[in-house]
Ligand binder design. Structure first.
Ligand code: MSP
Length: 514
């Protein structure tokens, strides 16, 4: 059986979760569920990045100790994951002792082998922002933006990781295997950044400037730079999450495009190589959500709260919307009207109504039990092959990470079922005893299609799938696909349905508009 170690970026614990965080975790959770359905053994890791300057500052502003502050933030994130049914096998907080030990072990090893060395760091430091500034932040006239207040040139004793030692190795690796990054066009961005000689990476900060971090094992006056600490979460959480270097298995890391260069595309593979560990299996890089084509940002009031949206539209509708709307790897613009329209159309009207209609007709005409079909007629044959073809396409597209298109294909199966019911008009067939076999085929085929679709869409909408399957009398939960999947189900005949209820009840606003 194939094993897959699947991770998300660990979110900064300096503010509440927003749409970008929620999308990434829903995406990764969906991939985990999809792979499990394909029989893959998945370890799904997520977590929270709790150290660093920003957290220290936010804690101070709220009048709490950093630990109290991150405990509060972590409760907010975990609450959202519960609501959204994001269910990692392990949730790692970088303040946990298993992580501190791993980081200190790694630092000691790299120091001992000469990959970490002491040096001086010279740069421009903003006293107000309490951080070093980069040339990118400088204005065209050479001055620094107002928000940084007084900026002074500062020299500091620090420790450096010898990134430059691994530059040629990394360049060759990515040139030979561009598929290490998905979508592949992002590999070019990393290779572009490798064109110039890499400066060695400053991996420590003096405690006088930043106290909230993991102390260096060989110098108690310094703490670990947040990226070095954060990236190692993937090792701490590997295997059984015991924080052992030898437990590392190459992972598929799901991350946003802003943390590809240099963090995941350069620092991370070089760190793995220095540790003698195999490089990751893949970086799966998603795009950014905007709203009205602008950055999501608290200062412009442009944040989208996933918790509020889930309360209004349901967590599964939110999950469906973000995955249906965003082409994985590209940016997308969030639009609440479009979320409402997809819920009302594709979910309530197309999927929900299919179940409701077919289910209530089985109640009315067949005593609530799925009819037996001995031989499929021509209409039935054509319908079945349409649905099976849609499922195969769905599988291909999901496997090549084109989730938004995959959902479109799956919906072709749903739409075909609704059209089939319209065309066969079971309410007319029911009036003519000579059409009993055609009525049986219509109702049984609709149920079979629903079962096939719900078992697949469970990775995107776990609660809806579970409820829908129960309504159509399938009570065993979701198990991995049979070897010969997709096959037209024959096990449904005679099965009693559960109570039929709307999967996506109309919202007040839908009622008013219609
Ligand atoms: N803590 C670092 C990651 C360390 S991983 C070893 C970090 N945290 S973050 O909170 O800023 O971002 C967490 C994830 O959310 C990142 O993958 C980031 O790309 C993603 N997103 C943040 N804003 C986003 C959008 N507006 N849209 C989509 N995803 C975005 O970076």
């Amino acid at each position: 059986m194939r094993n897959l170690f699947l991770t998300t970026a660990i979110d900064y614990a300096n503010a509440k979760p927003h749409l970008g965080h929620a999308y990434e975790k829903v995406l990764t959770d969906t991939l985990a569920r999809f792979e499990r359905r394909k029989g893959v053994s998945v370890r799904f890791l997520s977590g929270l990045d709790e150290h660093g300057q920003k957290v220290q500052q936010s804690a101070a502003q709220s009048g709490q100790s950093p630990q109290q502050f991150v405990d509060g933030i972590s409760a907010e994130f975990l609450k959202l994951w519960r609501i959204l049914k994001v269910e990692p096998d392990d949730y790692l907080r970088t303040t946990e002792s298993r992580h501190r030990q791993l980081v200190q072990g790694v630092l000691a090893k790299l120091y001992a082998q000469g990959d970490i060395v002491k040096g001086t760091f010279k740069g421009f430091y903003s006293i107000r922002a309490e951080q070093f500034l980069t040339e990118k932040e400088r204005q065209p006239d050479g001055s620094w933006p107002e928000i940084f207040g007084e900026v002074v040139e500062l020299t500091e004793e620090n420790y450096f990781f010898k990134l430059s030692k691994y530059q040629d190795w990394l360049k060759e690796l990515l040139t030979k295997k561009p598929s290490l990054i998905f979508p592949e066009f992002r590999t070019k961005e990393v290779l572009g950044a490798l064109e110039k000689p890499l400066p060695d990476l400053c991996i420590s900060r003096p405690k006088t400037r930043l106290a909230w971090g993991i102390p260096l094992p060989f110098d108690d006056h310094q703490v670990t730079y947040v990226w070095f600490d954060a990236l190692l979460n993937y090792v701490t959480g590997a295997g059984g999450g015991a924080g052992k270097l030898e437990d590392w298995t190459p992972a598929v890391h799901v991350i946003g495009k802003d943390i590809l260069v240099p963090a995941h595309g350069i620092y991370w593979p070089c760190m793995l190589q220095a540790l003698g560990l195999p490089v990751f299996e893949q970086l799966l890089v998603h795009g950014f959500w905007t709203r009205k084509n602008e950055k999501l940002s608290k200062s412009t009031g442009n944040v989208v709260d996933p918790e509020i949206l889930s309360a209004k539209y349901g967590a599964d509708s939110f999950r469906y919307y973000v995955l249906r709307e965003m082409a994985l790897g590209h940016d997308a613009d969030f639009d609440e009207d479009s979320l409402a329209a997809r819920r009302k159309g594709e979910l309530a009207h197309e999927l929900g109504n299919l179940l409701q209609r077919a289910g209530s007709m089985i109640g009315r005409y067949r005593d609530g039990k799925i009819p037996t079909v001995s031989a499929a007629d021509a209409v039935s044959e054509a319908f079945r092959s349409t649905v099976l073809a849609a499922l195969k396409k769905w599988d291909e597209l999901m496997s090549s990470r084109q989730i938004h298109l995959a959902l479109g294909e799956l919906w072709k199966g749903v739409q075909a079922a609704n059209q089939m019911i319209e065309a066969r008009a079971p309410w007319k067939l029911a009036k003519d005893p000579a059409q009993a076999a055609a009525l049986d085929a219509t109702l049984a085929d609709a149920m079979a299609a629903l079962e096939l679709v719900l078992e697949e869409v469970a990775c995107v909408m776990p609660s809806t799938a579970e409820a829908g399957l129960q309504q159509i009398g399938h009570t065993g939960g979701i198990s991995p696909r049979a070897k010969n999947w997709p096959q037209w189900p024959t096990h449904q005949a005679g099965r009693p349905l559960g109570k039929i209820e709307p999967l996506f009840p109309l919202l007040e606003e839908d009622k008013q508009k219609s």
